[in-house]
Ligand binder design. Structure first.
Ligand code: ZN
Length: 261
């Protein structure tokens, strides 16, 4: 999508017309293209473009700040208004806690990997501490501490939360390896990703139906999530599909509880 191409690479769409004087190219809009790929083994659906660290920073530093919102509203008119709904706190924290309760114990030290400000991190009452690692570099909620990768790795948290992150990351297995360094044998990792509509449909040739890509460059099925976690050295305790309402739309999310294998 043009917003992502512009923010990651500085590639804006351009209109080719007769004034270019090209002999073999038709007039029309030129947009950035990419491929949709599907793993034959685990059915993971993904975009072939994998952003570098610099490109990830270009997209996510200052996430949803004024520069982000105005560029996105330019390409996607109406985004500014929609974003006001997205900035609200999620409504399903209690569902996350109910899902995780069987696996966690006190004192509940929490690391939220990609946790933004921490306003959506579960266990606000119960947790004894909250550290947040996030490349958006925003301020964090009172009582929380922003940490670097190295600071996170020096601790061993009882619970690590990684919600709505792995669908954005070019190398999810590297993120899971970094997270593993912040865990010990008693730690639990909670993962949450969108369970996208095209994955819900379960089409065998979903890659031919997936035409465009935005910030979500990985579309997980339960089988591809299980395969990823197995490769990354985790044991899956439970997966669940939760139906929720986010900013007025009904969506499904894939929840996973796992621990180091
Ligand atoms: Zn696979």
């Amino acid at each position: 999508m043009p917003f992502v191409a512009h923010r990651a690479f500085g590639w804006a769409p351009i209109e080719i017309n007769d004034s270019w004087g090209l002999q073999t190219i038709r007039s029309g809009m030129a947009y950035t293209i990419c491929k949709s790929l599907r793993c034959r083994a685990c059915s993971h659906l993904f975009c072939d473009i994998r952003f570098s660290d610099e490109e990830m920073n270009a997209i996510y530093a200052g996430y949803r700040d004024e520069a982000y919102v105005s560029l996105r509203d330019h390409y996607e008119p109406g985004y500014r208004t929609r974003n006001e709904g997205l900035v609200e706190t999620i409504t399903y924290k209690a569902d996350i806690e109910a899902f995780l309760d069987p696996y966690i114990s006190d004192p509940l030290t929490v690391l939220d990997w990609g946790g933004d400000t921490g306003s959506n991190t579960p266990y606000q009452q119960r947790r004894s501490s909250l550290d947040i690692f996030d490349i958006s570099n925003k301020g964090v909620v009172p009582g929380a501490r922003a940490v670097t990768r190295e600071q996170a790795a020096a601790a061993a948290y009882r619970l690590v939360v990684c919600g709505q992150v792995l669908e954005h990351t070019p190398y999810p297995i590297k993120v899971l390896a970094d997270i593993r360094r912040a865990m010990n044998d008693d730690s639990i990792l909670y993962i949450e990703v969108p369970f996208e509509k095209i994955v819900q449909q379960g089409l065998p040739d979903c890659e031919t139906h997936k035409r465009h890509w935005h910030e979500h460059i990985n579309f997980y099925s339960q089988s591809s999530m299980a395969a990823l976690l197995r490769s990354a050295g985790y044991e899956v305790l439970r997966q669940y599909i939760l139906a929720v309402s986010v900013a007025g739309s009904d969506v499904q999310i894939l929840q996973v509880a796992c621990r180091p294998a």
